[in-house]
Ligand binder design. Structure first.
Ligand SMILES: Nc1ncnc2c1ncn2[C@@H]1O[C@H](COP(=O)(O)OP(=O)(O)OP(=O)(O)O)[C@@H](O)[C@H]1O
Ligand SMILES: [Mg+2]
Length: 257
């Protein structure tokens, strides 16, 4: 019996035998996985195993070429990233999609700008004061400090950029947060802060799908670990009892069923 079968409560997200092909390249084959509220699932595997491809399906960037997904028990086929966000799934991609020349607050609201009615003629105008205020509040929830929301993102450190990407996801009060290598650019202290953030979200009932090459990250926060190998799900294990060495060994040896 796997961890998923023992975990009570209906799943938030279910992948049912999903496949994804980029032309002749089969990135994912027959992947079935469920994620429940408040559950942290680590997604691991070698370079090219299909982790980011799976993230992109969930985030609405790509559509599965086989199988399907369910969200809150209903068919889930997002037409794009905005659709996924509105459903309650926020994603932080491996290559942060930030605009370096724009200030922090504007990056938080890219494509989702807040508008208000102008006093003159009641026309919609950007509500910059509100966006600055909400940006400040979202960043203050994180332990990584970003002192000035008016600074261009290009002037921030790797950790601060990650914080901006996380804050943007938090603005949506997502029920599932998908993070693709969130600590890759971070120092020791910032990595610990991201782990604390994940634990905090879990305590609030948010589910997290965490892709990481850092085995310590995964064993520190995950409830379950899913191992991809050449696009197939090779193992799903409870994280309890796994340490970084055992997990690394599992990645190298697990064979796709
Ligand atoms: N846009 C694309 N077009 C064609 N092939 C792609 C595309 N994106 C990914 N692939 C291929 O799909 C496979 C899975 O790639 P993916 O990026 O999902 O792996 P990954 O597990 O995230 O790897 P990494 O650990 O290096 O980030 C690889 O063979 C990759 O070359
Ligand atoms: Mg990747």
């Amino acid at each position: 019996m796997t961890g998923s079968e023992r975990n009570d409560g209906p799943p938030l997200l279910e992948l049912d035998r999903v496949g994804l092909a980029y032309g002749p390249v089969r990135a994912l084959t027959d992947v079935s996985l469920a994620i429940r509220a408040g559950e942290v699932v680590g997604l691991v595997g070698d370079n090219g195993a299909g982790k980011s491809s799976l993230v992109k399906l969930v985030a609405g960037v790509h559509r599965p070429t086989a199988g399907g997904m369910r969200w809150l028990g209903r068919a889930y086929a997002p037409s794009g990233p905005r659709d996924a966000l509105e459903a309650g799934i926020a994603t932080i991609h491996q290559h942060l999609a930030l605009a370096p020349r724009l200030p922090v607050w504007q990056n938080l609201f890219l494509g989702t700008e807040r508008v208000r009615r102008s006093l003159l003629f009641g026309l919609p105008v950007l509500d910059t004061a509100r966006m600055r205020r909400e940006a400040r509040a979202a960043l203050d929830r994180l332990a990584i400090s970003v002192p000035d929301v008016d600074r261009p993102v290009g002037e921030l450190s790797g950790g601060q950029r990650q914080a901006v990407a996380i804050a943007r996801a938090l603005l949506w009060n997502a029920r599932l947060l998908v993070m693709d290598e969130p600590t890759a650019a971070l120092g020791v202290r910032e990595t610990e802060e991201v782990r604390a953030l994940i634990r905090g979200l879990k305590a609030e009932g948010v589910a997290v799908l965490l892709v990481s090459h850092d085995m310590q990250d995964v064993v520190a926060v995950a409830d379950r670990v899913a191992v991809l190998r050449k696009g197939r799900l090779a193992a799903v294990r409870d994280a309890a009892g796994l340490d970084a060495d055992r997990l690394a060994h599992l990645i190298m040896t697990a064979e796709a069923a």
